[in-house]
Design a protein around this ligand. Structure first.
Ligand code: ACM
Ligand code: ZN
Length: 763
């Protein structure tokens, strides 16, 4: 009996220890459990072997005091010690550490104080996070840990919404807790200039403030007028900035400031109109309405380069970061095309066009930064017109910019919109705060691999790491900011720190639960989970199988196939579902018999006579919109308005597709399903021609249909070009869809638009 009790006791003790140790995020490289605990109490001394570690030691002392009231002693003669030691160890690199927790000693060793700081972070994650009277027991273990990438970044836009110094410090603390080491601070944009520049005080006096139109949707806000008061905004003084830089450095965080140029400069131009091509007076932008606004620096005016160098001189004095971000994204070059000075610059510098002018601009700034012993980093548009010789590229429009730059032996930071934009929805839009759009769920972030498969091992070395971006057009409170980064920050921290091979979604999701508890205890807002069922159809050998997945821990999925609302009595998902008739699938997530989805996920399937037909295109599908591949238009899977999936996209003048049925058949209806999404440059085809053939050589035209809706229709909708005809014996079908130019008044006026098609339904 006694032995059994002992066994149960040992098992239980180990179990508790296991539960605690498993919760460290990011997951350490190696962690070996031992039996027993180390108790931190007033008889515990802290011992540092090097003066350099005083800051880290104080950080640990303060953290322990704030959760327990315990003051760690400096008395070296106490038997219980926490030792912080600098010691050379090749294996763990500049930021790695070892953490040894034994009966009488906790020892953190590293090559640098930054490594020791991370050992302290892991130790703190083993302790309660808020004030407690419970004993501070730390399970005994040995950790050896070091990061996978050197750039583990988070960005924050303080231009669209200004967040004060205290919020920034809290943000930095969160980054440090999860071992992120880079804070990309977006300080300058069209809607606000946030950094005091002593030589040009109007940048913040005027450029730092705008008329408050918060109650109107960002994209629709009217321009301010001169008799309205600019009350919305703010800026940081140089003194505040220097203090924050120091605060971040104490937490192993480098602040990379972003000073946007040559575009996104409308706030600076509001302060100093002579910076633009037309020198016209303008007020700081209230939102995303750019009508009659200049947002580019004139690239032909030499005094502008002097202005920027003067600004940067002050920036460099505040920020010791090796990398200085100069923006470079989304430059609308139309003002340069009309500007005599810009055109003269193109001539005198023998530049090919406006893209090359931007490249000249960036290279001029790069020379300046290099002369000051710094490195230029910019968004991937800086590749256009020729990359500056030593520039680092931040890939945001997908991964292609990063891939191209790495192949050119330039350093890159991967931050593709999907999944690294944390201003996108993560579990909605239903039930979530209004966001800019998109959908980057926690699992999508966790599954991200920063090294694209296109890169060789040698090229991969140019990938410094990855970063999460937080743009704040729609984020105007600290609670909302917390919600957008928690818990996605934790997923990215593991992506950038932990070894690729150790990634395990279920294990991460388990460890995450104790961090949720901490967020709750601290009163932070966070997203509790994505409860939308992911519907993943797989078309194979003429069969359509559907997998259903939920990200939520310990969840079950219930579904219907007849379009009715599912509930806990509906079919429980156990294995992939075969779809062999036209169906509407709806599915929900339940946890502990509670329905968690606010809305059922929905997918339509059409079983029809062209189901599984092979498709060939005369004009290729855009490489960006390949959807499910070759069978996208005949797999029965219908596209939805909210997801880019399931649509084939074309930007050629015509889309010509030929469909081969497996066997000849009689048909009486052909229905081509297209998308209209004005804002995304996607328009219903101007016309669609339907042709059929029995021998695949001679085609008979059935009819041509004109666009049934107005090209200017702003509503996002699926539109069907449905042709009914006298029954025909058919083996091949040819569809020719005519593309549109973006109409007058559209942001892409005169450019080729896009055709998006999800299915050809034949009956
Ligand atoms: C960006 O999101 N415009 C870099
Ligand atoms: Zn100009």
């Amino acid at each position: 009996m006694k032995a059994n009790y002992l066994l149960i006791f040992v098992l239980l003790t180990n179990f508790t220890v296991l539960a605690q140790n498993q919760s460290i995020i990011p997951k350490p490289v190696s962690l070996e459990m031992r039996n027993g605990n180390f108790e931190i109490n007033s008889n515990t001394a802290i011992h540092i072997q090097n003066k350099e570690l005083v800051g880290v030691s104080n950080y640990l002392k303060n953290s322990i005091q704030s959760i327990s009231g315990i003051q760690l002693s400096n008395n070296k003669h106490l038997p219980q010690k926490i030792n912080l030691i600098l010691e050379s160890n090749q294996k763990i690199g500049a930021e790695g550490y070892t953490l040894d927790i034994e009966n009488q000693n906790i020892t953190i060793k590293a090559n640098s104080k930054n490594g020791v700081f991370y050992g302290v972070q892991s130790l703190l994650q083993l302790l309660p996070s808020i004030r407690t009277n419970a004993k501070l027991l730390v399970p005994q273990m040995k950790i050896v840990d070091y990061p996978r990438f050197s750039w583990r970044g988070m960005h924050l836009d303080v231009c669209r919404h200004f967040f004060g110094p205290e919020v920034i410090k809290n943000y930095i603390n969160l980054l440090a807790t999860y071992k992120m080491n880079t804070f990309h601070w977006h300080l300058v944009d069209d809607q606000g200039w946030r950094i005091e520049i002593k030589k040009y005080p109007k940048l913040t006096e005027i450029g730092g403030w705008r008329v408050d139109k918060t109650s109107i949707n960002w994209r629709e806000r009217p321009q301010a007028t001169v008799n309205e008061s600019p009350t919305y905004g703010g800026f940081y003084t140089q003194e505040q900035l220097k203090e924050i830089v120091q605060y971040a450095a104490e937490r192993n965080i480098t602040i990379v400031p972003e000073i946007e140029m040559p575009g996104h400069a409308a706030a600076a131009i509001a302060a100093y109109p002579e910076l633009s091509c037309n020198h016209q007076f303008q007020l700081p932008l209230t939102g995303g309405n750019y009508t009659n606004i200049s947002s580019n620096f004139c690239a032909g005016n030499d005094s502008n380069y002097t202005f920027i160098k003067n600004v940067l001189t002050e920036v460099l004095d505040i920020f010791p970061s090796k990398y200085i971000h100069i923006g470079g994204d989304e430059v609308d070059k139309s003002s340069w095309k009309k500007c005599p000075k810009c055109q003269a610059k193109i001539k005198t510098e023998h530049l090919k066009n406006e893209e090359a002018l931007q490249s000249y601009f960036v290279q001029t700034i790069e020379k300046f930064l290099i002369s000051k012993n710094r490195k230029l980093i910019g968004w991937d548009e800086i590749l256009e017109g020729g990359l500056a010789p030593e520039a680092t590229v931040m890939s945001w429009r997908g991964e292609s910019g990063g891939i191209a730059a790495a192949k050119m032996k330039h350093q890159v930071v991967m931050t593709p919109g999907s999944p690294c934009y944390f201003d996108h929805y993560q579990a909605g839009p239903e039930g979530e705060p209004f966001a800019i759009g998109g959908f980057n769920s926690l699992k999508k972030v966790y599954d991200y691999e920063p090294i694209p498969s296109e890169l060789s091992e040698e090229e991969s070395k140019y990938v410094l790491g990855s970063q999460g971006n937080v743009w704040t057009e729609f984020i105007t409170t600290t609670e909302h900011l917390e919600y957008m980064i928690l818990p996605r920050l934790l997923a990215l921290s593991e992506v950038t720190w932990s070894p690729k091979g150790s990634k395990d979604w279920h294990d991460f999701n388990t460890r995450l639960q104790s961090h949720f508890k901490i967020f709750g205890q601290k009163g932070w807002r966070y997203c509790p989970g994505n409860f939308i069922v992911a519907i993943q159809p797989v078309f194979n050998n003429g069969k359509l199988l559907v997998n259903l997945l939920s990200e939520a821990k310990n969840s079950e999925i219930y579904y219907t196939l007849d379009g009715s609302e599912p509930n806990l009595q509906s079919n429980k998902y156990l294995q992939p579902i075969e779809i062999n008739q036209t169906s509407t699938l709806k599915a929900i997530t339940a946890v502990n018999n509670n329905i968690m989805s606010l809305q059922a996920a929905k997918q339509q399937f059409s079983k029809h006579k062209a189901f599984g037909a092979t498709v060939s295109y005369t004009t290729p599908v855009s490489k960006y919109y390949q959807a499910e591949g070759a069978f996208t238009l005949t797999n029965g899977v219908r596209g939805t308005k909210t997801h880019g999936r399931n649509w084939h996209g074309f930007s050629s003048e015509n889309m010509i597709a030929t469909f081969q049925l497996a066997n000849a058949d009689t048909l009486h209806t052909l229905n081509l399903s297209c998308l209209q999404s004005y804002r995304d440059w996607i328009f219903c085809p101007a016309s669609v021609k339907f042709e059929v053939s029995l021998d695949g050589v001679n085609y008979k035209e059935l009819s041509s249909m004109k666009n049934p809706i107005d090209i200017e229709s702003k509503a996002k909708e699926t539109v069907e070009y449905k042709l009914e005809f006298k029954p025909e014996w058919v083996k091949s079908i040819r569809i020719t869809a005519q593309n549109n130019l973006c109409p007058k008044g559209h942001s892409g006026e005169g450019n080729m638009g896009w055709i998006f098609i999800d299915e050809l339904i034949a009956e």
